[in-house]
Structures are given as C-alpha cells and as structure tokens.
Design a protein around this ligand. Structure first.
Ligand code: SAH
Ligand code: SF4
Length: 348
C-alpha cells in the first residue's frame, strides 16, 4: 500500500482531503507544514478528532535511522528509512553565509558511474515528491537557528531520471517553501532530452552537468550514459539552457589522478566550456569503496585550475565537505555494501 505524506499534497489537494473544512483550518494546517515543519497530527491547535483522522490519512515518508556530524560540526548527514525498505541520505552543509541541503532524488542510481558510491550500489526506486520535500523540511529544522538558504539536487540518484517528480518538487520549493529559483541547483549526469525540457521550462534554477571528461572515449568510460548522450549533444543542451534562461551551466569535474587531470584534459575542457560559456567546478575525487583510483593531489588541482583560467575559463575548486562521515560528493550509499572491483579504474 502506498502511503501519502502531508508534503505530497499541494494546497488544493490538502483542501480536498479536508473535504469541506473551513478555509482557516486549511490555513492552520498549511502554516504548520510550511512555517513550522510540523505534521498535522502534532498540531495542537487542531481538535483531537481531526488530528487522529489526519494521522491515519497522512504518514510521514521518512523515518530517521541515524544522524552523523562531521568533526567540525559544519556537515550533518541523515540516513532515512523509506517505506518498502529502501533508504537514502541527505546532507546539510553550513557555510559562512549560507546553509545548503543536498537532497536525494532516487534511492540508488541506475547510471553506473564507477567512481560514485551511489552508482556502485545500484538502483532501487524513484523518490516521491513528498520524500524529496520532507528532506528539506527536516534540514530546515536541523539548520535552526540558521536559515536554510539553498537546495541542491546532488545527493543520491539522477534527478532527471525522475524528471516529473523532481520538477514538481522544485516548483513547490519555490512556491510553498519560498526558496528562490537562484538558490536551487539541479545536477544531472547529462540526460539530454530532459535537459532540453528543463531549458524549455525556463525556470531560473541552476543547472550543473557532471562532465568529468571532454572527449567521448574517456567520458564513456567514466560516465557510461555518455554512449547514449555524447558530449556534443550535452553541450548543445547546455547552450540551449543558457539561451532560454540567461543562466550559465556549471560543469562538474571530479579530479581523478592520472585519468582526467592532464594538460590535454584541461585543453579539451577549455574548448567545451568556452563554447557553452559554462563555469567549471573542480571537485577533488572523494574515496569510495568500489573505485581504486585516488583523487588528484591538491597542488596539481591548483595547476589544472590555473591552466583553465589561462585559457579563459571561469573555474572554482570545490572544498571537500564531510569526508570523515562519508557525506561528500559521490560518497552517499545509505549503508549499502558495495562490491569492490579489481583493476585500476585508470586509463593506461
Ligand atoms: N546524479 C547527479 C547528481 C548526484 S551526484 C549527477 O551525477 O550529476 C553529485 C555530484 O557528485 C556529481 O557531479 C557527481 O559526478 C559527483 N561525484 C560522484 N562521485 C564522486 C566522487 N567519488 N568524488 C567526487 N565527486 C563525485
Ligand atoms: Fe548516479 Fe550521479 Fe552517481 Fe553517476 S554520479 S552514478 S549519475 S548519482
């Protein structure tokens, strides 16, 4: 039996569920959900019978299994159990001027990128809108007294493989949570048809594309879906997104020692980035159990970045967050055991 989370419903659906209740009641429950982050069954302003009725009809989608904090306290990782036995992770990150939640869009991921712990563990299922939004509700609560300012779809899963629910969740973040489009970023492995749809939707939401290689041979090795959606198509979709929204795309590039960090890689990346007026984010590769190759040393990441700058590319080196609790990019696997593959994972 599928259950309904109170955060699955938009306002109209909530009013329908309350079937003829006066408007002030709908307002009370709506405020409880979106201003206080409270399930209607815990709203003491409601009569007891109504609370009991709503407790039966509406079930929270996430059950907290564990919560871990990094040594510096700036990163919090929550592991959730979902109905049907799946589990996911959510990461809250505090920076000096903002607090960002990194949400999951699927339990697992079917894209199979070898260097990513989520990809190594495989695919379970799509998340519902309520499951996505409850991660934000809980992060807002955990961030208190700081204000949760940003939401990034960079947790477990490929957001564009779950396109309709993710876009619905994004719209609800803007309307019901009052988080500005510019504070929301969706990261995709490069599913071209959905990138084109997203561009046509003209939301002012940030789009990050996980590129990692700028020639098709290497990219197909690192990101297998490149076989279906090669680099030229991905770049053309990124250009369309920029034309439609006026926002430039970011290319994500996990720096893998001896694999995609050579001067020739910088040269290829610069051509592609300049062609699509994109920003480049360099992410030091985080260790995962199923991928033996290590990340590029810091010093060489800096050299790679300055090489790109010399070639006219706008580039940022991303700080590593939460590696001590396996909460950094690509490390989320919700406690799944991962088969450790033999081989180097490296191109000779
Ligand atoms: N599926 C989406 C979003 C989730 S992954 C995507 O791939 O874009 C979020 C980011 O972490 C992506 O840019 C991904 O390429 C990157 N990533 C995956 N594994 C990583 C690792 N081991 N080290 C650093 N970044 C990694
Ligand atoms: Fe999936 Fe993104 Fe990991 Fe690739 S990097 S396996 S698309 S979550």
């Amino acid at each position: 039996m599928t259950t309904v989370s109170p955060w699955d419903l938009d306002r109209e659906q909530l009013a329908d569920l309350l079937d003829g209740a006066p408007k002030y009641r709908v307002d009370q429950i709506w405020k409880g959900l979106y201003e206080q982050g409270v399930h209607p069954s815990e709203l003491t302003v409601l009569p007891k019978t109504l609370r009991e009725e709503l407790a039966e009809k509406l079930t929270p989608a996430l059950e907290l299994a564990t919560e871990q904090r990094s040594n510096d306290g700036a990163t919090v990782k929550q592991l959730w159990n979902l109905s049907g036995g799946a589990s996911i992770e959510t990461v809250l990150m505090h920076y000096s001027k903002r607090s960002t939640v990194c949400v999951s869009s699927q339990a697992g991921c079917a894209m199979g990128c070898g260097f990513c712990a989520t990809g190594q563990a495989g695919y379970e299922r799509h998340l519902t809108v309520g499951e996505i939004l409850e991660q934000v509700v809980s992060a807002r609560d955990a961030a208190h007294p700081r204000r949760l300012s940003n939401v990034v779809f960079m947790g477990m899963g490929e957001p564009f493989a779950n396109y309709d629910r993710v876009v619905q969740a994004v719209r609800r973040l803007m309307t019901d949570f009052e988080i500005g489009a510019r504070k929301i970023t969706v990261s995709t492995v490069g599913l071209v048809p959905q990138m084109l749809r997203f561009a046509e939707d003209e939301m002012q939401v940030g789009l990050a594309v996980s590129l990692h290689a700028a020639n098709d041979e290497l990219r197909t090795e690192l990101v297998p879906i490149n076989k279906q959606h090669p680099i030229d198509d991905v770049v053309a979709a990124a250009q369309l997104f920029r034309d439609r929204t006026g926002r430039r795309v970011s290319y994500e590039w996990a720096m893998i020692d001896g694999v995609n960090d050579r001067p020739s890689d910088a040269a290829e990346l610069a051509v592609v980035a300049n062609r699509s007026y994109a920003h480049v984010n360099l992410i030091p590769l985080n260790p995962t159990p199923g991928w033996p190759t290590t990340g590029t040393p810091k010093e060489r990441i800096r050299e790679f970045a300055s090489d790109l700058e010399d070639r006219g590319v706008n580039v940022t080196v991303r700080a590593n967050r939460g590696t001590d609790i396996d909460a950094a990019c690509g490390q989320l696997r919700a406690n799944h055991e991962v088969e450790v593959k033999l081989g180097t994972g490296r191109r000779n």
